[in-house]
Design a binder for this molecule. Structure first.
Ligand SMILES: [Zn+2]
Length: 280
């Protein structure tokens, strides 16, 4: 395990979500690196801080015991969700997240349903075939692309840097429309004998994936994925607070879920960097 790999999984370690083998490997690195130990300390402090904010929500004394009990459960669930969110947020967005802890979660019935083919068609049309650039952003620099998109879109658009997986940022477009649902589509390409294209979507709200199977836990995190297929093109969707995100490609479902894990780790990295070099 390199130091960078260790940094990428520190938040999971701080949450106690790492498998024993990797935890042991990380502990060996922690023992040897005071910097890494300091970074872990910052993660733990941040988590305690978020936990205090969430658990500090006062429950009115006039509520009956049954309601108070249910609110307690909801708060514990929400705490877990928020701790997970902190892992994946970018540095700037994380500060906002602390302020919107009590963002209401949409009810199931009001969450729009989006079909796998809505994602798959954009993947085919924009990612594989046309490779057009619907929005002008710096394509060679994921961080600059993220900043440019955040400024022009009314919702948070993430642009993971997948260079470590061999994927080059290839284009960004705003073609995705399904009813009232919009998403920004970022697509990547890995060159080779059989080029691989993957699409990543930041959706402007939470959506449900029609006909999807739920995969309750994946290998890396406690993220709950919904997976659906359209003509061998697989879509893997997850939620973070008020938004949904999805990856889409023509590859076996378990391979795409693994890719989704990697995308989330890639999204977590800027946060770790920011914690290691606080600006405030
Ligand atoms: Zn497009």
């Amino acid at each position: 395990m390199t130091l960078d790999e260790a940094r990428a999984i520190l938040p999971l370690f701080a949450d106690g979500e790492l498998d024993p083998a990797r935890a042991a490997e990380l502990e060996a690195l922690l023992a040897a690196s005071p910097d890494l130990r300091a970074e872990l300390q910052r993660w733990r402090s941040l988590r305690r801080c978020v936990g205090r904010i969430v658990n500090g929500a006062p429950v009115p004394a006039t509520l009956g015991p049954a309601v108070r009990e249910r609110l307690g459960h909801a708060t514990r669930r929400r705490r877990k969700r928020i701790l997970r969110l902190v892992t994946t947020l970018t540095a700037a967005a994380a500060v906002v997240a602390l302020g919107v802890t009590f963002w209401p979660t949409p009810t199931h019935a009001s969450t729009p349903l989006v079909a796998a083919d809505d994602f798959a068609n954009v993947y085919l049309r924009c990612g594989v075939t046309m490779r057009h650039r619907g929005i002008m952003v710096p394509l060679d620099d994921p961080d600059a692309a993220r900043r440019a998109l955040d400024q022009r879109e009314p919702f948070r658009v993430l642009v993971p840097n997948l260079a470590s997986l061999g994927y080059k940022l290839d284009g960004v477009c705003g073609c995705f429309h399904a009813g009232k649902v919009r998403a920004i589509h970022v697509f990547y390409r890995k060159d080779g004998p059989t080029p691989v294209v993957i699409s990543f979507f930041s959706v402007d709200q939470r959506v449900r994936l029609a006909g999807a199977e739920s995969c309750p836990r994946c290998a890396m995190k406690n993220t709950s994925y919904q997976v659906a297929e359209y003509r061998k093109i697989v879509v893997c969707k997850w939620d973070e607070q008020a938004h949904s995100y999805a990856v889409c490609s023509e590859m076996p479902a378990d391979q795409l879920r693994h890719l989704a894990d990697e995308v989330q780790l890639a999204l977590a990295r800027p946060m770790i960097f920011a914690l290691a070099h606080p600006e405030h």
